[in-house]
Design a protein around this ligand. Structure first.
Ligand code: PMP
Length: 353
């Protein structure tokens, strides 16, 4: 830290992303990326658009917003696109939280909510999940705060039904409810269909997981036209060219690959069942995940030790070191072959315990 850094950042604890080693160095099951190839149509679209990179991107992101609106059955005025969904969440913190409207989210959830709240100096409350890691829905009624719920939740993978989510939204008509649907396509129900009915709902999604574009950074928000206007007001005060040309072109082309995306999603859902049952056979406790990862612990080995032993064997998984979940690891659902290698290694590690 230099001596010039503003003292307001003295206590700042930045988000710690999962390790990103060189491609091929590890079997990488730590940051929930899909294990599939990018369709040629998407590669072609990116290559073509790269020829225009001397020009700024469209600050209104017209093409990609229209493509998203068509894909989700909504209108472009109800869509904002962002540099990853992290940026959409950040805009929501900036737009809808302050000293009078704090943030509220579960104690175990996506780590960036806390980082954003602390970075922006917003007071926040963390509501404990119950002892089975379920969100206690009633805790969020009449919150008088901006509510952030990841559905499915991360890193547990557990999803709330749409009826329960709707109850949280309808019981907070005086404040915004943000539903972070980063993993929704792997088995949970989307709240996008509620946007027409609730002007306090902002649904955030990403192209990073089921749409296989984590490295391109494309996120989105779907909400009433007024909410989208609020978010654009802030976006245009920070970074109007937030989505680059190549990423927009990739997104438009990717949304046309509906069947491929569907096939990939189904493979992940099947592989998740395979990974979950294989881990349970080895004696792991595994949550019922609706995401492209599982969350598991074993009585014979600490979460950190398992993470380290696998790392030494060339396999990366994610341990969070948070007291309540320190014995759990989050493991991305990969290919069947990756799962077999993982399970063989875990079996060997456990045999030596
Ligand atoms: N929400 C959740 C719950 C996540 O796990 C992630 C991925 N780290 C994100 C949002 C952000 O993803 P991205 O910025 O890649 O869209």
């Amino acid at each position: 830290m230099s001596r010039y850094l503003s003292s307001k950042y003295d206590k700042l604890k930045p988000y710690v992303p999962g390790e990103q080693p060189k491609i091929g160095e590890y079997i990488k099951l730590n940051t929930n990326e899909p294990p599939f190839d990018i369709p040629l149509s998407v590669l072609d679209a990116v290559k073509k658009e790269a020829g225009n990179m001397m020009l700024y991107s469209d600050p209104g992101s017209f093409d990609i917003r229209n493509a998203i609106a068509e894909y989700y059955g909504t209108n472009a005025e109800n869509v904002i696109v962002t540099n990853g969904s992290d940026e959409a969440l950040y805009l929501a913190f900036l737009a809808y939280c302050d000293k009078n409207t704090p943030a509220v989210f579960p104690d175990i959830t996506y780590g960036f909510y806390k980082v954003f709240a602390e970075f922006t100096g917003i007071p926040y409350t963390e509501k404990p999940l119950d002892d089975k890691f379920n969100i206690v829905v009633q805790e969020y009624f009449g919150a008088h705060a901006t509510v952030f719920i990841a559905n499915p939740n991360a890193p547990t993978g557990i999803a709330l039904g749409l009826d329960k989510l709707e109850k949280i939204i309808s019981e907070n008509r005086d404040s915004i409810v943000v539903i972070d649907e980063a993993y929704v396509d792997f088995g949970a129900e989307s709240a996008v269909k509620l946007v027409d009915r609730y002007d306090n709902l902002l649904v955030v999604q990403t192209f990073s997981k089921s749409k296989m574009m984590a490295g391109a950074r494309l996120g989105l928000g779907i909400a009433s036209a007024e909410i989208i206007e609020d978010l654009n007001r802030i976006r245009n005060s920070i970074n109007p060219y937030n989505v680059n040309r190549m990423t927009s072109a990739a997104g438009v082309a990717m949304l046309k690959e509906k069947q491929y995306l569907e096939d990939c999603r189904n493979i992940i859902i099947n592989n998740r069942k395979y990974l979950t049952s294989s881990l349970r056979i080895l004696g792991f406790e595994v949550t019922d995940s609706m995401a492209n990862f599982v969350f598991a612990k074993h009585d014979k080995i600490s979460g950190y030790d398992l993470y380290m032993e696998l790392k030494n064997r060339g396999i990366l998984i994610r341990n969070f070191g948070i007291p309540r979940i320190k014995d759990y690891n989050r493991i991305t659902v990969g290919t069947e072959k990756q799962i077999d290698i993982l399970i063989d290694n875990i079996r060997e590690i456990l045999e030596n315990k």
